[in-house]
Design a protein around this ligand. Sequence first.
Ligand code: PMT
Length: 396
Amino acid sequence: MSLAGKKILIGVCGGIAAYKIPLLVRLLKKNKAEVRVVMTASAIEFVSPLTLSVLSESKVLYEFQDEKHQWNNHVELGLWADVFLVAPATAKTISAMAHGYADNLLLTTYLSARCPVFVAPAMDLDMYSHLSTKKNLEKLAQFGNHIIESTEGELASGLVGKGRMEEPEKIFLSLQKFFENKERLKGKKILITAGPTHEKIDPVRFFGNHSTGKMGYAIAKVAADNGAEVKLISGPVHLKLEHKNIEIISVESALQMYDEVERNFDSCDVAIMTAAVADYRPEQVAAQKIKKEDELLNLKLIKNPDILKEMGKRKKHQLLIGFALETQNAVENAQKKLTKKNADLIVLNSLENQGAGFAHATNQVDFVTPEGVQHFDLKLKSEVAEDIINFIIENM
Ligand code: PMT
């Protein structure tokens, strides 16, 4: 796909990988993109603004004012771009972006930008694996930024490990894919449930489960990046996600989740139920904290509605996708769920597989459809989400 008419702003930070940015600018220009560059003061020690200016055919900015004391307008830059790519993104700039600092032109541009932002980190392996860097990158992802993960290999320090900036060709492909995908689900409404439900016992206690919401939030992000209008009905989780195409509706219990799904189901085109919904809830919620007076405490539980099954009965044009979390006879149980709940796809994950299910960044799934079973290898939840979105596009 040509990038003709696409406006790409590159923010270059002071890391050795900055020497690869001229190659990236060249690639983008060869593919007809318009490119502008903003740099930090330390970046110009690594790569000359003149080189980047010649290649991008535009003035490179790195100070708040130019030689004539005219303001370099970061607001205009941020509004101009279709995409802002920060590469290489150093630990310092990542931290500053995560905390909202605005003491150089690149950072003020980041804060002003309304377009999607891509971040390609590059640093030494210990800096990359440091908890503060990890947390800052997580934060940037939660703000809705796209992280182009560093790769493993030989680093400038001579050490070998993760921290190398992704190669310019791969960064180029990520940007190209972003523009290609952006419209695939335009005009489609996708309803997603995520996370656990909490079923109240008394004012201080509930029962729940280990779901973190990672799987559902990953699907929401990929769906939104593909242009869908997403309603994410989320149980209590610690995740945050900001995206102009995503509306998050927070709920606590299975009954609340059911109400929200019911309210939004008829108008959606696709519903994806990743939530780990409690099958039962206490029949009575104690008005006061239950005191530990007796040796035995009996709680009477009653059944919650099966949201997926109810929507299976009600569906008309919708594509209905459920998950199955199994601990034994996985495929057989998933096939039963497919039929019983009238779903078009059951995404099966099993707690028997390492790295799959609750809380991991990864998942290993099988797609169970009336046509058969398709196996996928263990991969990042964001990649599982891409497979699900591809399924939707092929089957809608
Ligand atoms: O959130 P993470 O930490 O990333 O973990 C992801 C996950 C393990 C929660 C997710 O991948 C997953 O498997 N979700 C479904 C968990 C589950 O409850 O599975 P189940 O086999 O009990 O339910 C089958 C399907 O029916 C699910 O789509 C579920 O959302 C739905 N269901 C279940 C019960 C109920 N009362 N209402 C429902 O809609």
